[in-house]
Structures are given as C-alpha cells and as structure tokens.
Design a protein around this ligand. Structure first.
Ligand SMILES: [Zn+2]
Length: 253
C-alpha cells in the first residue's frame, strides 16, 4: 500500500439524475469494498484533526463524503452506511435546505436533525452554491461565514468542515476558510490524499455513475490515481483563468 489515502466524494445515490448519481446497488457494493479493504473509515473532521497540529493523517484511513445535501441521502445512502457501521461526512448547502436545486429535492432541517442525531458528521458547502474563486472576496467570505452560522444555529453543533462548491478555491479563499473558523476544507482534484495534505484543500476522488467498482478497489489499495501534490497543478490554474475570462465576458441570467 502506498502513502495515498482515499477521500471519496459522492453526490446522489439512486435513480440517475445526471451523471453524478451512483445506483443504490453500486453504492452498496462500493461500501462493501470499503469494509473489505480493512481501512479505518473516519469522518473528515477526525481524519484531518492531526493536520491542525502539523501531524500526518492516518495513511490507513478512508473517508466517505457527500456534497450538496440532496434528499436521497437520507433514504438511500445513510441506510447503507449505517448497516455497515461506516461514518461519513455530508457537506450541506445551507441556503438550499428544504428546497430544490436544479429540480432535485434537498434534505429538510428535520431530516438533518435526525442525521445529526444518528452520528453523521455535517459540514458546510457554502450558502448559495457558487464558485468561490470567481466572486469578490467579500462575497466568498460571506458564503463561508453564513453557511457555518446558519447550520450551527439550526443544528446546534459545531460545523468544523467545509467543502468548496465544485471544489473551486484559491489561496485567498483557503485563507478565508481558516478565518471563518473551519478546521478543514475539501477540494476535489480526483486524486488520493497525501497524509500531509493541505487541510484547507484536501484532495478527494469524485465517484460517479461511470466509476467502476474495480476503480474503487484500486483506490482503496492506495493505487489507481495520483497522490495529490501539495502545490496546485498548472492545469488547474489555466482552467481557473479560462473560467474567470468566461465569467467576465458572458453575463449569466
Ligand atoms: Zn456541490
């Protein structure tokens, strides 16, 4: 086993709604693979805690994360996780709770309270689900602070983790996440995380409908993807410049 550790990122589980949803059967198989791997499944909060002290994350760990807070999590993902005793972290977009996002129903506050009580770790995923690297820093700061405050106020638990919408962040946005009081923040990167990964840009691997379970097996063995470098890839910077130029030249409704 190499040094890389997988932090898996899911969106929906259930009937395909876009390319992100993983079927229930596939999700159950993947969670069986997590159990069979012998890795210790941890919430991101627990996994990243040693990084606060400058110590490495456990190379033998795995984390299971979900972004957005869609309603199917309660019915289709959480039962599979609980059956197997697997902890998980759900990053919730605070301004969308109880509503719909692009046609998909989102979890209600009542459901989130139930999930909180049954041991799920809840983190923030901004208030309005916008790309934080493209907006003025004051706006990004508001998104980071407000989502934490709203979730803490409604759920009465400390929200210590954040996941950047779409994974998009910059050095300045990472600094704002630290200032807002988070102890960790997840990016995407489609890579394995390094035990000394940046705790404000943790690498995750996005699992979608087209990800074969064999790929998950390889990731669990610490193979099948690069281990995230601690510095941002040039490709990532070029892609941000492109998106920034497009955001300036094409006004969106
Ligand atoms: Zn999202």
């Amino acid at each position: 086993m190499r040094n890389g550790l997988p932090i898996l990122l899911y969106h929906g589980v259930g009937p395909p709604s876009g390319r992100f949803s993983v079927s229930e059967a596939e999700f159950a198989r993947q969670m069986d693979a997590v159990v069979a791997s012998g890795r210790s499944a941890q919430t991101v909060g627990r996994l990243a805690e040693p990084r606060v002290r400058g110590e490495p994350m456990a190379a033998s760990a795995v984390a299971i994360t979900f972004d957005d807070g869609t309603a199917d999590f309660y019915d289709r993902a959480w039962p599979v996780l609980r059956e197997r005793g697997l902890p998980a972290t759900l990053y919730v977009t605070s301004g969308l709770v109880g509503g719909r996002h692009e046609g998909t129903p989102m979890l209600s506050w009542q459901r989130l309270e139930e999930l909180r009580d049954s041991g799920l770790e809840i983190g923030a995923h901004s208030h309005e689900h916008i790309a934080l690297d493209l907006v003025p820093l004051e706006r990004a700061a508001r998104e980071l602070v407000n989502s934490k405050l709203v979730l803490e106020d409604r759920l009465q638990v400390e929200i210590s983790g954040f996941a950047y919408p779409f994974g998009y962040h910059t050095a300045a946005v990472k600094a704002l996440a630290a200032r807002a009081g988070y102890r960790s923040a997840c990016a995407v990167k489609n890579a394995l995380s390094h035990p000394y990964d940046d705790r404000f840009a943790l690498a995750r691997f996005m699992v979608t409908a087209v990800t074969p379970t064999a790929r998950i097996d390889r990731l669990l063995a610490g193979r099948g993807a690069r281990v995230a470098p601690r510095r941002e890839l040039v490709r990532t910077r070029v892609w941000r410049l492109y998106r920034r130029a497009r955001a300036i030249s094409v006004p969106t409704a």
